[in-house]
Write a protein that binds this ligand. Structure first.
Ligand code: C2E
Ligand code: CA
Ligand code: CA
Length: 714
């Protein structure tokens, strides 16, 4: 108002003055706040604006009174005293708040701000100011605070370890259960970044099988990279496991994170939970160790050794160096075993392993292929002749006598060597050729080593013969199926059968599937043969379902190559239709090999199969990677514990515990278990006591023809 030109007397200026006044009056009247003025005695002289209604009062309640004459709540006395002191000193004030009783006796909270006014001589002439009713605002704030407190309490009290981060990954909440689980207090974590850097001993490599779904929100990808995948357990949430390194106190954690999204979908942060899966992890590692290491010598087994060879080949492709594969077989070991007994035989194998191990450098690989066969891998070779001194040293290491329980024994070995890339470019070929070279050494009088040469490979001839015969075998009707019953352990009832392929060839005779199936896979013939198996098995199943008027589950083995056939789903669908067998009566057995490679295609196939109601079993569990993460990532209905477990059941004291752990973990993931190769009642009783669902093996029946199987059903 000080801008109003007081000394002007032109008509235009007076008009302007009136207009200015009207504007100010309108503003004041329309405002939800109110304006007030006090004289030099601090008595109210003026109120303007309708805002005063908002505290359910009229201006006459105030005019002529002092502020401290108003009916205020006792909680506001102190504030009022301060306010009074401030006014008596003629100081400006901002946002003094009181609870004042309105005309109906309800408390209203309002806020006042004011400025002292002075006349031309500088003498104090009163106050002018503004008042606002903030009752609603105050209530909303209190309610908000309360609900926040409640949410925080729910989180803090939750038995599930959980914490909250904001969009900068800064931890904002850290509950009691988190403190207990990690040993790290909320005080230490809240406000720090969720980088995990301080949590863990040492970083671990990222597991390759963590897939990032295409449907993942871009924002989440930005925040988490590919650490998380959509959770199978909690829709809309994400989980990460194996990705994170061990925690500082050596526990394994399983993470889930549910994003906190704003209304427009931006990530505000996340609620994360931690689960201690250390025990499960240890069991898993135990199983993996068992699957990768030979329990007698603790050397890498065949699987792991070939896996390492694979890695070395990848490396050699880059470095253009050579690799030597040494196949070592102890001479006359069988004789020792038969005459001195298995215990001494085992002892001899352990001592041999130790000698071989100490002959090579620690960076070279040694593994036990089985029986008395060992493998040594030497990489980074410039020339193949560089392996000669190593082979000589290995033979030399057997020069000294072995001392076994007071006996002295002299033993020699025979070695065959194949070289990458000259003698093969994949582990299987290199191993086969080293094996041929080893036989050559044996035939040459033992205690010797030889490099592989092409004409050593008589085995190849048989392979070629099998492949040649296989080409017309389907049309000549040489294939048929045998059926092995699957027994429900608890009831002893036959619930279904596994269809197993048999081949009787006029030239080669009866050929073992273990011999011809790999050849069928390599030549691609397994695809048409596989569809023959499927149709034949479904035809027989339908026959039995009708004849015996009961449900029946038929298990059919599917090789990796078949699984990758783009027409697979269509063919299965057609076969189910043709034979009028419901999808849920079909169980497809696949091995882990299927799951390597194109993850998206596998996921799609799984989804399509389960849409048809078809069940999927993981076959030969315990022989490959044996990664339980497959069971989490793919919906398996059944896990088949490999026959090798039953073979070692009585001799290896580790095996029963491994079987038990496998069953427990499969059940935890809602997966049924079939034990394969059950041959004794003792094994069966053990399985029963551990709640194994189904069993298969010679104890119940060998695989038999369809006709003989009917007898089992009646
Ligand atoms: P698999 O799928 O693990 O099949 C189980 C094998 O264990 C069968 O050998 C069966 O005869 C044998 N077996 C079952 N119970 C016992 C037992 O108590 N003791 C012993 N010692 N052995 C038992 P089989 O029939 O020789 O088949 C060998 C492999 O050939 C199968 O292993 C499977 O991988 C493959 N195979 C067989 N039929 C097919 C087929 O139609 N398609 C494909 N892709 N593979 C097949
Ligand atoms: Ca099988
Ligand atoms: Ca199997």
């Amino acid at each position: 108002m000080s801008a109003i030109p007081l000394h002007s007397n032109s008509r235009k200026t007076i008009l302007e003055l009136q207009q200015e006044n009207e504007r100010l009056r309108d503003f004041a009247e329309l405002s939800s706040d109110w304006f007030w003025e006090q004289d030099s005695n601090l008595r109210f002289v003026e109120f303007s604006g309708t805002g005063i209604d908002r505290i359910n009062r009229s201006r006459s309640d105030f005019i002529g009174k002092k502020r401290w004459d108003m009916p205020i709540s006792s909680s506001s006395y102190q504030d009022m005293l301060e306010h009074k002191a401030c006014c008596e000193k003629h100081e400006p004030f901002i946002d003094f708040q009181y609870d004042i009783y309105d005309a109906s006796g309800n408390l209203q909270r309002y806020s006042v701000s004011g400025t002292p006014i002075f006349d031309e001589q500088g003498k104090f002439s009163g106050y002018r100011g503004i008042g606002t009713n903030i009752t609603e605002l105050q209530r909303a704030k209190a309610a908000f605070k309360e609900s926040q407190q409640q949410l925080a309490q729910i989180m803090v009290g939750s038995p599930i370890a959980s914490f909250v981060i904001d969009s900068n990954h800064t931890i904002t909440h850290w509950n009691k259960a988190c403190e207990v689980l990690t040993g790290i207090t909320a005080l230490e974590t809240i406000g720090t970044k969720n980088t995990w850097a301080g949590f863990y001993d040492k970083p671990r490599p990222v597991m390759a099988n963590l897939v990032l779904s295409g449907a993942l929100n871009e924002d989440i990808k930005r925040h988490y990279g590919n650490k998380f995948r959509p959770s199978a357990l909690i829709p809309g949430a994400y989980e990460a496991e194996d990705y994170f390194p061990h925690m500082h106190n050596g526990r394994w954690l399983f993470f889930t994170a549910a994003p906190l999204l704003s209304e427009d979908g931006a990530v505000l942060g996340a609620v994360e939970t931690l689960q201690d899966i250390t025990e499960q992890k240890q069991q898993e590692e135990h199983i993996i160790h068992q699957a990768h290491f030979d329990s007698l010598t603790n050397l890498p087994n065949r699987f792991l050794a070939l896996d390492r060879l694979n890695l070395l080949i990848e490396e050699a492709k880059r470095t253009a160096k050579k690799i030597a594969v040494l196949f070592i077989d102890l001479d006359d070991f069988k004789k020792v075993n038969d005459t001195l007994g298995h215990a001494l035989g085992d002892e001899l194998l352990i001592q041999s392993a130790t000698r071989l191990r100490s002959t090579i450098r620690s960076s070279d690989t040694i593994g036990r292929l089985g029986g008395d066969e060992f493998i040594v891998l030497i990489n980074n070779l410039e020339h193949e002749v560089d392996v000669r001194p190593i082979a000589e040293n290995l033979l030399e290491s057997f020069r000294d006598v072995f001392k076994l329980k007071g006996r002295e024994l002299l033993l020699t070995s025979s070695i065959g060597i194949s070289i990458y890339p000259n003698d093969g470019e994949d582990p299987e070929t290199l191993l086969r050729n080293a094996d041929s070279a080893m036989y050559f050494s044996k035939n040459q009088g033992r205690n010797a080593y030889h490099f592989f040469t092409e004409d050593m490979n008589k085995g190849i001839e048989r392979r070629l013969q099998i492949e040649e015969q296989m080409h017309g075998a389907l049309s000549r009707n040489e294939f048929c199926l045998n059926y092995q019953p699957v027994i429900e352990v608890e009831s002893g009832r036959v619930i279904g059968a596994e269809a197993l392929l048999r081949w009787n060839n006029p030239v080669l005779g009866q050929i073992n599937p273990d011999e011809f199936i790999p050849i069928a896979e390599q030549s691609g013939l397994i695809v048409p043969i596989g569809y023959f198996v499927l149709n034949e098995a479904l035809k027989t199943t339908k026959l039995w379902m009708d004849k015996f008027e009961r449900s029946f589950e038929i298990a059919v083995n599917l090789s990796p190559l078949q699984f990758r056939d783009p027409t697979l789903i269509q063919q299965i669908n057609k076969a189910l239709d043709t034979h009028r067998v419901p999808g849920h009566s079909l169980n497809l057995e696949i091995t882990e090999g299927v799951l390597l490679g194109n993850q998206q295609a596998v996921k799609t196939a799984f989804a399509d199969l389960s849409e048809l109601g078809i069940q999927i079993s993981m076959d030969d569990f315990g022989t490959g990677y044996s990664s339980l993460s497959y069971l989490r990532n793919y919906r398996f209905h059944t896990l088949k514990i490999d026959r090798s477990f039953m073979m070692d059941f009585e001799t290896d004291s580790n095996v029963p515990a491994l079987i038990e752990a496998t069953i427990a973990m499969a059940h935890a993931l809602d997966v049924d278990v079939i034990a394969e190769g059950v041959e004794t009642q003792k094994q069966c009783s053990y399985l029963q006591s551990k709640n194994c669902n189904y069993a298969q093996g010679y104890l119940f029946s060998k695989p038999v023809s369809a006709n003989d199987f009917e007898d089992l059903l009646t």
